[in-house]
Design a binder for this molecule. Structure first.
Ligand code: NIG
Ligand code: FE
Length: 390
């Protein structure tokens, strides 16, 4: 593979590289020594912008409570909202940076990050501004999403409908004016926001030039995957409870079906049926859903293993879903998630001589180096020099 200016310019046989590369200065050569090289993972769904972890709820679930029961009792998203509102910007920033480093060690080069733990004008803007600042300094590519309608804030007068009105009239225009988000997202679910509210919010965001995505059918079939397809949303995410008409709508449209099997793993729910979606012709992406409540997991390799072992995906389908299709879900298909000429040279060098070893080795990623824009990152990697046990 040849790279110039941080982009891939050529891939092919080693004995043909010299003919393909014309460099003014002598090239820097890195010999991967027969190791597997893949595009970096694209994690197209995370909630990494918050303060306040919820291990207490994790233990409550282990003792029998459900995610919805905990939320209804004042825990859940509301509890992280409380601690995020009270946290200093430095704390939120250092949390985000720590999680991004963990993602990098797992081979993730591009990360979508959602707001949604502020739920008021001031905190949503503060969090998105922290994200913009991190994005300008961090070597991973960050894609900001405004998730103002993540939950109805406790005690908001008038409930969900009035909160959506407030988000549309007061928060969304400010986010757009400051250029703080590329996408918007909404949690369309019983106890959160309904189909009509979702349509209103997403239509308003699209009119301001923002891309759209939906937390869709996580616990109940809301019809929101069909809405996502109708509105041409970039993705419909979760889909644990998606019924046949939701799947047909995704298969017929251009909306990427993003599966988050780590959430099903963590909440003890049935795994998403990727096979059904793939066989119907939908484009499937995989992401972590990294968040403090339903999936405290930064690891794309774990997600890929889970998708292969539990969601009916082949190794190849899962790797494509975690790279190229994640990039497509973020509108970055021409730059990320592949090593085609023209793409950013974000790639992982594995201590493996067979790519099937990526999901095969559970939990511990066999990563030697992560390159972003053709430069090696210092932190990742085991320092291992071999290429596996085989
Ligand atoms: O995608 N479903 C809504 N949002 C997250 C959970 C957020 C939380 O519990 O803090 C999700 O699962
Ligand atoms: Fe989510």
């Amino acid at each position: 593979m040849a790279c110039v200016g941080g982009r891939v310019t050529w891939t092919g046989r080693t004995d043909e590289v010299s003919g393909a590369v014309t460099a003014a200065a002598p090239p820097v050569v890195f010999d991967a020594g027969g190791s597997v090289v893949t595009p970096c993972f694209v994690d197209s769904h995370t909630h990494a912008l918050f303060h306040g972890t919820r291990e207490i709820e994790f233990a409550m679930r282990a003792a029998g409570a459900t995610y919805q029961q905990i939320s209804a009792a004042g825990g859940g998203i509301a509890s992280t909202v409380q601690s995020t509102r009270a946290a200093s910007p430095d704390l939120i920033r250092s949390n985000l940076e720590r999680h991004l480093r963990a993602m990098l060690r797992c081979g993730t080069g591009t990360v979508e990050v959602k707001s949604g733990y502020g739920l008021d004008l001031e905190t949503e803007i503060r969090c998105l501004a922290i994200l913009a600042d991190c994005a300008s300094r961090c070597r991973q590519t960050l894609v900001p999403t405004f998730l103002g309608p993540h939950a109805v804030p406790a005690g908001f007068p008038g409930g969900a409908g009035a909160y959506i009105d407030f988000v549309i009239s007061d928060v969304l225009p400010e986010v757009a004016r400051k250029g703080l988000a590329v996408f918007v997202d909404i949690f369309c679910e019983e106890g959160a926001f309904d189909l009509e509210q979702s349509r209103r919010f997403l239509t308003a965001a699209a009119a301001l030039g923002m891309g759209t995505r939906i937390h869709s059918d996580e616990f109940t079939d809301s019809g929101s995957a069909a809405l996502a397809a109708e509105l041409g949303a970039a993705s419909a995410d979760h889909l644990l409870a998606a019924g046949p008409s939701e799947i047909s709508a995704l298969a017929a449209g251009n909306t990427v079906a993003t599966l988050l099997p780590g959430t099903a793993f963590n909440l003890g729910l049935p795994f998403p049926d990727a096979r059904r979606l793939l066989d119907s012709g939908a484009a499937v992406a995989l992401a972590t859903d990294f968040n403090p409540g339903s999936c405290y997991c930064e690891s794309m390799p774990f997600i890929v293993s889970t998708a292969v072992c539990r969601c009916g995906m082949t190794v190849e389908e899962a790797l494509v879903a975690a790279t190229a299709n994640g990039a497509a879900a973020l509108g970055l298909g021409d730059r990320k998630g592949s090593l085609q000429p023209g793409a950013d040279a974000d790639f992982t060098v594995w201590a493996l001589d067979d790519y099937r070893g990526i999901p095969y080795h559970l939990v511990l990623p066999d990563i030697r180096f992560v390159f972003l824009s053709a430069e090696a990152e210092s932190e990742p990697g085991t320092g291992a020099s071999g290429v596996g046990d085989g």
